[in-house]
Design a protein around this ligand. Structure first.
Ligand code: NAP
Length: 253
């Protein structure tokens, strides 16, 4: 796959799946606009990317839950590169708890980050994607497809994102813009770090999830990155409105 001359905007590129995707695409000569809140982490990933083909990514330090930041993301990417070919809506957070032990703070934080910001950023990027006949890949999760009791707000945000992917794919198909999502199972990243779970609880959680995964292993960030790259590439030119599962067989149970 070749992303030569393609401008790819990735949110949540400072860590985990987004960072793996940035590095993967940098090896294929993509012109990258990387978004994250933690400047040090984002710049570290940008340096990794630059080492591959010598292309220096544009780093945009921004909080996707702030409307002014979201507007600035699109503005800076377009001012710098003159176009956007691929939008990867990847930034996300998780909040733990079911309906008996949740809070409106958790609901608002998770829905605002995982869904509202995607709605807003996509809305602002669409005119540029229509112009470039580009595409969108959203990072969703199998949690939106299968009911579980651990993280209600998170599950809802990803179920909404899956429907968003399909609705927007239908709307933008006449414009030649494709929209898909990847829906990973458990990947070892920093996602669970701010959940308030203790180290022991985290370890138990991971052991439990991996134990219930038919392939008995977590999904790797690189594998998700490769799937995102495929969906963003010309090879997937007939694929739109799909939620692509990559979960070691978890949904089979
Ligand atoms: N890990 C899993 O098991 C798993 C499974 C399925 C789906 N996913 C999805 O994968 C995506 C990436 O998560 P990850 O697992 O790679 O977790 P991660 O390592 O915690 O990375 C999350 C990324 O999102 C960014 N982010 C979060 N809130 C943001 C905000 N308000 N503004 C800007 N950036 C923000 C973070 O940036 P900063 O650190 O710079 O703030 C970071 O780069 C999420 O949408 C998640 O739901 C993860």
């Amino acid at each position: 796959m070749d992303f030569n001359e393609k401008v790819v905007l990735i949110t949540g590129a400072s860590s985990g799946i987004g960072a793996a995707t940035a590095i993967h695409l940098s090896k294929q000569s993509a012109k990258l606009a990387l978004v994250g809140r933690k400047e040090k982490n984002l710049k570290r990933i940008a340096l990794y990317c630059e080492k591959n083909k010598g292309l220096s990514p544009l780093c945009i330090i921004a909080d996707v839950t702030e409307d002014a930041d979201t507007e600035r993301i699109v503005k800076e990417a377009v001012e710098h590169y003159g176009r956007i070919d691929v939008l990867i809506n990847n930034a996300g957070v998780i909040g733990m708890g079911g309906i008996k032990n949740s809070s409106m703070e958790i609901y608002d934080k998770v829905m605002t980050t995982n869904m509202r910001s995607v709605y807003h950023l996509t809305m602002l990027a669409v005119p540029h994607l229509i112009e470039s006949k580009g595409c969108i890949v959203n990072t969703s999760c199998i949690a939106g497809m299968k009911p579980t009791v651990m993280a209600l707000a998170y599950n809802l945000s990803k179920a909404a994102l899956d429907h968003f992917t399909k609705c927007v794919a239908l709307e933008l198909a006449p414009d030649g813009v494709r929209v898909n999502s990847v829906n990973p199972g458990f990947v070892k990243t920093n996602l669970l770090k701010d959940t308030g779970l203790t180290e022991d609880q985290l370890e138990m959680f991971v052991k439990n999830v991996v134990g219930h995964t038919p392939l008995k292993k977590p999904v790797e960030g690189d594998e998700v990155a490769a799937l995102i790259a495929y969906l963003a590439s010309e090879k997937a030119k007939s694929t739109t409105g799909c939620n692509y599962v990559i979960d070691g067989g978890s949904l089979l149970r």
